[in-house]
Design a protein around this ligand. Structure first.
Ligand code: COA
Length: 182
């Protein structure tokens, strides 16, 4: 089952979490955005997709579905979406390698939505998802957003725990049934 959850950005205080930036830096990670990477890496989009693809496969979805997008499908959904902004796609790097991202969908006159948070398997547990989400909240506050949302699957404890820790409140869930017709 999937459910949406919301975070009140006006009430959110990053202070209890901000120590994570020291941790990620001490572990050798840098945090940036796709907009900044495009300025120094001509193939930044392709490199981000290379990191995203296996992480996307790890996202649990209802009915065992998987995020299995070609580069073109991913570009259309994440980069060419009118509600996206390369300055709102946050990337974790280790050296030149992209190892994590958080991306936002910026609904006009509505809440923002985290469209994806993912960290390459070998780089998990260093606080990268937390740090990237904090950067995304800073962006949203600076751009006048008062609420951000996330939609997650009940079979995904890592992101559920992270979002609960940050103070997201659950909204009513969505149940889906599949009936094979043949
Ligand atoms: C979810 C995911 C992004 C977490 O990335 P991460 O960088 O390892 O997470 P962090 O190190 O920042 O962890 C922050 C907090 O999240 C929670 N958390 C992270 N991994 C967890 C796990 N395996 N089990 C339980 N809680 C977990 C904890 O509360 C953790 O805080 P703590 O370290 O103080 O206990 C990562 O597991 C991932 O990429 N999963 C596959 C993609 C996915 O499902 N994305 C979410 C849906 S879009």
């Amino acid at each position: 089952m999937q459910f949406m959850s919301r975070l009140d950005l006006e009430a959110f205080d990053e202070t209890p979490f901000a120590h994570v930036f020291e941790r990620t830096a001490a572990d050798g990670y840098a945090l940036t955005t796709l907009a900044a990477e495009r300025a120094i890496q001509p193939d930044a989009d392709q490199r981000l997709y290379t990191m995203y693809y296996p992480v996307g496969l790890d996202v649990p979805l209802p009915g065992g579905a998987r995020i299995d997008q070609t580069y073109e499908m991913w570009r259309k959904a994440m980069l060419e979406n009118p509600n996206s902004d390369p300055a709102a796609i946050f990337i974790a790097k280790r050296g030149d390698e992209y190892v994590g991202l958080t991306s936002l969908e910026l609904l006009k006159d509505g809440p923002a939505i985290t469209s994806m948070t993912g960290v390459s398997a070998v780089h998990r547990g260093h606080g990268l998802a937390l740090a990237l989400k904090l950067l995304s909240f800073r962006y949203l506050k600076e751009h006048g957003y008062r609420e951000t949302r996330a939609q997650n699957d009940t079979t995904n404890p890592p992101i559920l725990r992270l979002n609960e820790k940050l103070g997201y409140q659950r909204l009513p869930g969505r149940l889906e049934w599949e009936k094979p017709l043949a």
